[in-house]
Design a protein around this ligand. Structure first.
Ligand code: PNS
Length: 165
């Protein structure tokens, strides 16, 4: 039987516990998972794509079935490149659904053999997003407990560097 390969795409700017919960849940569905970091400089990410890839590699180091890679352009082209069959997306709330639904149908149109599966994170993580974590941290709040301690330290350091500029 061919290998079941899942692709979990995102900006991951930076990765947080909601993402990690989804990764650990998805692992049981696939033989191999690619965590695919979007190269999106026009979105002005806080961390470069190489930094985001390195941060994710650090926190999934104990998962031998997970590979971390970056991609630009169409997600389905990356899926083809790694011979994947399934895109994994997280649904935190109904508000996520509309856009995710559109993207799933567009991806199906572009690559009819690929399926999108939606995963639901642990309920106490449903409100967590990279955007909100960055905002809270920027305004002096503590994101501890919402992301691994090493990522939290790198986030604080990057925000301090930005403030010093
Ligand atoms: O973490 P994000 O920013 O919500 O992730 C969005 C992502 C990377 C999944 C989405 O922007 C994406 O798939 N981008 C690739 C571009 C693409 O394939 N677009 C056309 C199909 S919808």
């Amino acid at each position: 039987m061919s290998e079941r390969i899942g692709i979990y795409p995102g900006s991951f700017d930076p990765i947080h516990n909601g993402h990690l919960d989804l990764i650990s849940r998805s692992r049981s569905l696939f033989d191999r998972m690619y965590i695919a970091v979007l190269h999106n400089e026009e979105k002005r990410p806080l961390f470069s794509v190489d930094e985001r890839v390195a941060m994710i590699r650090e926190v999934v180091a104990d998962y031998p079935d997970c590979e971390v890679a970056s991609f630009s352009g169409l997600l389905v082209d990356f899926v083809r490149q790694v011979n994947g069959q399934t895109i994994v997306k997280g649904l935190r709330a109904v508000s996520d659904f509309e856009f995710e639904f559109q993207m799933a149908l567009m991806n199906r149109r572009l690559h009819p053999q690929v399926e999108t599966v939606f995963m639901v994170p642990r309920e106490d993580l449903t409100y967590v997003s990279s955007r909100l974590i960055k905002e809270v941290c920027k305004l002096g709040g503590r994101p501890d407990g919402l992301m691994p301690a090493s990522i939290c330290a790198q986030l604080k350091e990057r925000l301090q560097q930005q403030e010093a500029l």
